[in-house]
Design a protein around this ligand. Structure first.
Ligand code: PLP
Length: 374
C-alpha cells in the first residue's frame, strides 16, 4: 500500500530539499578526504569546519565542543560509556525509566560490567521530579543522563533544574536531545548540560549522522580508536556530505521554528478535536509541555498494533506505543512507566506530525481511526 499520510516524524523525516542540494557536491565532484594534504581536501575540510560552526551557533556552543558521530545511538553510547569507563566499577550513574534504548541498553551493558545504574521513575505525565533525583544522588554517582524530550510521549523534561541538582552533587549531566533539537529552542549554556546528543534524520537531515556536544573541560574517553579525526576523539573518515546536510537542515528548522511550532500545534489540535467530535474514547499521554506535533494517543479497549496495521492498509503511517512479540502485545517501557490505565494502554499509537502534513489529513486520520475502532 502506498503511504499517503506520513505521521511518524519521530521515527525519521524526509531529507529536506536544501539539505539534499547542499550534500550533492560532497558526494561527487568534491569527494576528497578532509584529512589528506592535497588541494582536493581543502574544500571538504572547510565544509566540515563551517558546518561545525553552524551547529555550534545553533545550540550556543563553541565549535570545539561539537564532535560528529554516526547518529544519536553512537552519541548516547559515547556519553555514558566514555564517562563511566574513567571510573572504577562499583561507581554509578543515574538515568530515567523512559529513556530511548540507546541509553537504556548502554546502561545495561555498564551494569553487566559492574557499574551501578539507578533508573528513576517518572510521574503520569512522564516528568522526573527534582526530589526523586536529589534523593538518588549518592557519593558514587558520576553521571546523570536524562533525555530532553521523550520519543514516545513527547514530554519535555525540566533538564535545566535537574542539571543544577546533579552538579551540586558533583555529577556530570548528559541529555539525549535527539527528539528535541530543531523542534524547540535549545541553548547548552542556559541548560548548563555537560554533554548533549543529536541526530540529523529527526530534523530533515540525512540518516547516519549526528553529533555529541561535549562542554570544554569535560573529560571523555574515545570509543572509536583509529585515526586522529575529531581532535583524536572519534576516529573515522568524516561523513562530509552528511555533516553538511545536517548543518543545513538544522539551520533551516531553526529559521522557521516559530511558524513550525504554531503550525504543528494547530495540526495536533485539529486531530484531537476531530477525534472528540467523532466520539472516540481516548486519552492523550504525556504532558502539555511536549514536542510540537507529537501525540501519544490511547484508545479504550483497542489494540495499538491492530490500529497501526489497519491504518497502514489505508495509506497512513503511525507508530505504536507498544512493541509486539509473537504471542502477547507487550506494553512499551514508557507507557508502563507513566501508568496509562490498563483499558487504554494496549490501544496506544504515536502520531508525530511534520510540516508536510495538512489540516485535511488530520480529518482523514480521525475518520480512519473511528472506522477501525467501529
Ligand atoms: N535517542 C532518541 C530519543 C531517539 O528517539 C532515537 C531514535 O529514535 C535515538 C536516540 C537514536 O538515534 P539514531 O537513530 O540516530 O541512532
Amino acid at each position: 500500500m502506498e503511504i499517503k499520510i506520513y505521521a511518524d516524524h519521530a521515527a525519521t523525516t524526509a531529507l529536506s530539499h536544501a539539505a539534499y542540494e547542499a550534500m550533492l557536491p560532497w558526494l561527487q565532484s568534491k569527494y576528497g578526504n578532509p584529512s589528506t594534504l592535497y588541494s582536493l581536501a581543502r574544500d571538504p575540510r572547510r565544509a566540515v569546519a563551517h558546518s561545525r560552526e553552524v551547529i555550534a551557533t545553533a545550540i550556543n556552543a563553541d565549535p570545539s565542543e561539537i564532535f560528529f558521530t554516526s547518529g544519536g545511538t553512537e552519541a548516547d553510547n559515547w556519553a555514558v560509556k566514555g564517562t563511566m569507563f574513567q571510573h572504577d566499577r562499583g561507581e554509578g550513574l543515574i538515568t530515567s525509566a523512559i529513556e530511548h534504548h540507546a541509553i537504556l541498553n548502554s546502561c545495561a551493558a555498564l551494569e553487566r560490567m559492574g557499574y551501578a545504574v539507578n533508573r528513576l521513575p517518572v510521574d503520569q505525565l512522564g516528568f522526573i521530579h527534582e526530589e526523586t533525583l536529589r534523593s538518588a544522588l549518592t557519593d558514587n554517582i558520576r553521571l546523570v543522563s536524562i533525555m530532553l524530550a521523550n520519543n514516545e510521549i513527547g514530554t519535555i523534561e525540566p533538564v535545566g533544574k535537574l542539571v543544577e541538582i546533579a552538579h551540586q552533587a558533583g555529577a556530570l549531566f548528559h541529555t539525549d536531545s535527539v527528539q528535541a533539537i530543531g523542534h524547540i529552542p535549545l541553548d547548552v549554556k542556559a541548560l548548563q548540560v555537560d554533554m548533549l546528543s543529536a541526530s540529523a534524520h529527526k530534523f530533515n537531515g540525512p540518516k547516519g549522522i549526528g553529533f555529541l556536544y561535549v562542554r570544554n573541560g569535560v573529560r571523555l574517553i574515545p570509543l572509536l580508536d583509529g585515526g586522529g579525526q575529531e581532535h583524536g576523539m572519534r576516529a573515522g573518515t568524516e561523513n562530509v556530505a552528511g555533516i553538511v546536510g545536517m548543518a543545513t537542515a538544522l539551520q533551516e528548522h531553526l529559521e522557521h521554528l516559530e511558524q513550525e511550532t504554531e503550525y504543528l500545534k494547530l495540526l495536533s489540535c485539529r486531530l484531537i478535536e476531530q477525534l472528540k467530535a467523532i466520539g472516540v474514547d481516548f486519552c492523550i499521554n504525556g504532558s502539555e509541555s511536549r514536542i510540537p506535533g507529537s501525540l501519544s494517543l490511547s484508545f479504550k479497549g483497542a489494540d495499538g498494533e491492530m490500529i497501526l496495521h489497519r491504518l497502514d492498509l489505508m495509506g497512513t503511517a503511525v507508530a505504536t506505543g507498544s512493541a509486539c512479540d509473537s504471542k502477547d502485545a507487550v506494553l512499551s517501557h514508557v507507557i508502563r512507566a507513566i501508568a496509562v490505565p490498563q483499558e487504554y494502554a494496549y490501544g496506544t499509537i504515536r502520531v508525530t506530525l511534520g510540516m508536510d502534513n495538512t489540516p485535511e489529513q488530520m480529518d482523514i486520520i480521525a475518520h480512519q481511526i473511528s472506522t477501525i475502532l467501529r
